[in-house]
Structures are given as C-alpha cells and as structure tokens.
Design a protein around this ligand. Sequence first.
Ligand code: AMP
Length: 408
Amino acid sequence: MADSPLTERLYCTPGNAGIAQEAERVPLDLTDHAAVVAFCRDHQIDLVVVGPEAPLCAGIVDDLESAGVKAFGPSRAAAQLEGSKGFTKDLCRANNIPTAAYARFKAAPAAKDYIRSHGAPIVVKADGLAAGKGVIVAQSEAEAEAAVDMMFDGGLGEAGGEIVIEEFLDGEEASFFALCDGEIAIPMASAQDHKRAFDGDKGPNTGGMGAYSPASNIDAAMSGRIMNDIVAPTMRAMKAMGTPYKGVLYAGLMITPQGPKLIEYNARFGDPETQVLMPRLMSDLVPALLASRDGMLKSFGLRWHDTPALTVVMAANGYPGHYARGTVIDGLEDAAAVEGVEIFHAGTKAEGGRILANGGRVLNISATGKTVREAQARAYAAVARIRWPEGFYRRDIGWRAVEREGRA
Ligand code: AMP
C-alpha cells in the first residue's frame, strides 16, 4: 500500500518498528470501534484495511461502513467463515464442497462416543477463534478424548464451548488466496508454509516459521479446480444466505489423492504467507482492495510475477513457548541490502535508535529469485547478516519446492 501512487498518507495501528518506516502509527484500541470510527472521520480516511481476525469477527467492517467509512474485509456475518469452524463445515456439507467428514458437539460424552466409533488418527477443533491453538491432530483415541476434555473444561475459553471432530486427511497442505467482492472471486496466488518450529517439520506447531509462493503442488489445473470446487460455491452460498463475502478468502487445503479438500478458511491475509504474496504482486494493491470493497472485481485482473518468493521467520528463542522480549537485533540494514531481499517486521519495537524483539515471531526475511532455490539462498544470506543471538530460525524453509526443482 505504501508503494501505491494512490496512497497519500498511511496510518497503522498498533504497528511495529518496521511498518513505522512506511506508515504513521496511531495508538487505537481495536476493540473500541467507536474510537476507530472517530479517528477515521477526523482524518478523512478513504479506506481502512483490516488485518487480523478478531476485529473482523467483532464486526469492525460493519461499524465502519455504517458510519460511512469504506473498509476492506468481510462483515461480521461473513467473517464466520473463519470465526466458526462449525459454520464453515455446515456450509461445505450443504454445498458439496470437499472437506473432511465431521460432526459438531456441545458436550463431551457424545464427542467421545464419536471418537471411539471412528478411531484415531482424528482431529479435534475448537469452534471459535483460538489464535492457532484450537486444533489437535490426535494420534490416539486417548489424546483425542483429552483434547475434548481440555476444550469443554474451558482450556481455550469461549472458543471451545462447541467443538468439531473430523476425519484425518492425508496429503500435502497448501494455501490458496482469492480476492472476493461479494459476487465473484478472482484467484490471487498460492503458498506453502511451515507450521512446525524446527527443521524437518519437527517440534511444536507455531503460527508459521516460513513460507514460499507459489506452492509447488498447485499448478494451473489445480488452481482452477480449487476455484470451481471450493471458492466459487462458497461465494454463491454466502450470497444466497444474505451475507456476501468481501475481502481476501484464504483457503487452507489438503491436496489429497481425491483432489483438494478444505481444511479451514481464514477471512484475511495471513502471515507468513502475505510476506511471500506481496513481493510477487505486480499490480497496484490499492485499486484491487477498493474493487473488492466496491463489488467491482468483475472486470479486474491482478498481475503477478512468475518468479517465486520465500520468507524465513526469525523467532525469539523458546517460541512458541516462553520467550524473552527486549533483546537487541543488529545488522538489519546490511541484511536488507542483499539482492532481492525485503525484511518485514512482526514483533519488534524501536527504542533509542535500536531495534528490539517484542514478540514470539519477530522478523520475516523475504526474498525473490528466479527459482525457489535462489530465493532461499538470498533469504538465508540476509539472515546470516542479522546479529541476534536470542533468536532462532529454521534452515530448511522451502525444502519441498527445492526438491521438486531438483527433480525437474
Ligand atoms: P487449522 O488451524 O484448521 O489450519 O489447523 C492447523 C493444522 O492442523 C493444519 O494446518 C493441518 O496441518 C492440521 N489439520 C487440521 N485439520 C486436519 C485434518 N482434518 N486432517 C489432517 N490435518 C489437519
């Protein structure tokens, strides 16, 4: 957005040390919609782009729009595609959208009966938003039953008041992004991320330790199938219910031997995928966001660079468990000078002219290249210039794609 000639001024809340170089940070309480609306009116904001899921599900787009402020993203009702796993599963069932077989539960005994009759592996999910902690892929019935108890005992707060139990899907995952205007959806790009903390896809699940785009398991034919079998029927169903979907629809998919199946939707640009999508976007982002909001995507085309992009996440030692804040990061300018590299901040803050770590996932080191291997080499060359002993990163981001390139 900062690159767009249409952007005169850019504000951001809450932001971090990186985005502060492009946008003016304003301290707003995102749960106080009236304060956000007042800020937008005072500053004559032309377009609000909502990043995270919590304000979307709390209806911030509805509140901005009814106050006359244009906002990009789904309404509260449409954001249920992310906010309620049960809602999305029911929508899939009613519209023949391929997804794992499932059942919804509000109490433990019936849930446990279902687990016993289906056996492990099996997947237990909290219905609501759980900041990435709401999914347990259980390898045994005992583990699945423990997950049921944890959720109904309030381990995930309100999010676990209702649960979904579903069939374990075997295959390779990918993410697929479409831009939607309530009527139609246009494909954006695909990506693959690495959720586990350590090399070799080992260790605990995280918000994502790196990603690359395009996904090496999604070709043009697969992309067409995902649009036809999953995204388009979702758009039609949402419109038919009177809750048309606008914004980015991020489909988490399992590519199975029977074809693509929906694992979940996110109602927004996610990360670290966005840090590999944006470097590949040739078109101006701002008119695309406006066309989505205005219902004008019909005659709109997005152009992408064919070249891949890859991002390596640098996280604080201990993440996703306990970690320290306030450690000093050096060498960022040097790192950003590597050809093809762009550094995006996550949990950072600036203090006394220095950049400090201020979260679990702290930096995204993104790079483009002629091949995934080249993008990977550039990203890691930049990582090597960053001096941050209290941080760690995976050394194998993009390994599937690099392997496929090697075979081609
Ligand atoms: P989600 O938060 O729904 O994306 O789930 C987190 C992760 O759990 C996914 O990225 C998958 O790796 C895994 N997962 C979720 N549902 C299933 C399923 N039905 N079968 C296999 N793995 C799953």
